[in-house]
Design a protein around this ligand. Structure first.
Ligand code: SF4
Length: 255
């Protein structure tokens, strides 16, 4: 069954946590002061290249997926050549990333699908002129493309559109602060977190929100040992306060 856009799938339904905007803005402003806004876009690539890059990055360290992407660009003259190569050659080129044996046929399948849907043309430039939600729905009908990847294509590529990608760091921080309901899966969290952002924010502010929350997750609100006592949003975070409170004695050793 084709994957439907989560944004479209849940359109019109009540959004849990949609009244969180004031807290979201407070968190955003504090983290912007901490990490610096506006954040610089980390690369300048066209939407199809961003799609490939995002697919390679799934559960892979940034430097490894960047290496795999560079290898693809160096070994093949264009995306049509990647599509038409042997699976083994593509797999070898992207061996630096996780699960190359799954990602190679998936990349080729996506490239074939795009060519079929675009009368043979391998380009996603047309999405630049589409409304964001429509563009995301189009992307999410490609095999293996979900809301994180569709948002990345819209936001990180030269489209520079207004969409909020939610990676594992962003998701963890948002869950701990209580911006999403406990136990929510990452897929539906995209719609919840995006709906909490002020409607008047532009694409740069939405990008900044992703960047500062992600950086906070990498530097302070880490997976294993969040440094709650050094956190600038501790007073907004019940999880962190409970954790601090649970630490034994006045000299808590959470850091
Ligand atoms: S207080 Fe702790 S758990 Fe809460 S956001 Fe900060 S580091 Fe994360």
């Amino acid at each position: 069954m084709r994957q439907q856009s989560l944004l479209a799938e849940t359109a019109g339904l009540p959004i849990p946590g949609a009244d969180n905007t004031t807290r979201v803005v407070e968190v955003h402003e504090r983290l912007c002061r901490e990490y610096g806004c506006p954040a610089r876009y980390f690369h300048d690539i066209d939407p199809l290249s961003e799609l490939i890059s995002s697919m390679l990055s799934h559960r892979t360290r940034n430097q490894d997926s960047a290496h795999a992407f560079r290898q693809l660009r160096e070994r093949f003259p264009d995306w049509a050549a990647v599509r038409d190569a042997s699976v083994a050659d593509v797999q070898d080129a992207i061996s630096a990333c996780t699960w190359p044996e799954q990602k190679a046929p998936r990349l080729q399948s996506v490239l074939r699908d795009i060519a079929t849907r675009c009368n043979g043309e391998l380009s996603l430039e047309f999405l630049r002129d589409w409304p964001v939600e429509q563009a995301r729905q189009w992307l999410e009908r490609l095999p293996g493309v979900g809301p994180k990847t569709s948002a990345a294509v819209i936001s990180f590529s030269t489209i520079r559109g207004k969409a909020l990608p939610v990676d594992s760091h962003h998701f963890r921080v948002a869950a701990r602060i209580g911006l999403i309901p406990a136990g929510m899966a990452v897929g539906p969290s995209h719609r919840i977190l995006e709906a909490q952002l002020p409607a008047e924010w532009d694409a740069q502010q939405v990008y900044d929100n992703h960047q500062v929350i992600m950086k906070h997750g990498k530097k302070i609100c880490t997976h294993q040992q969040p440094r709650c006592s050094a956190c600038v949003v501790l007073d907004l975070c019940d999880y962190g306060q409970e954790r601090i409170g649970a630490a034994a004695g006045p000299e808590n050793t959470l850091d």
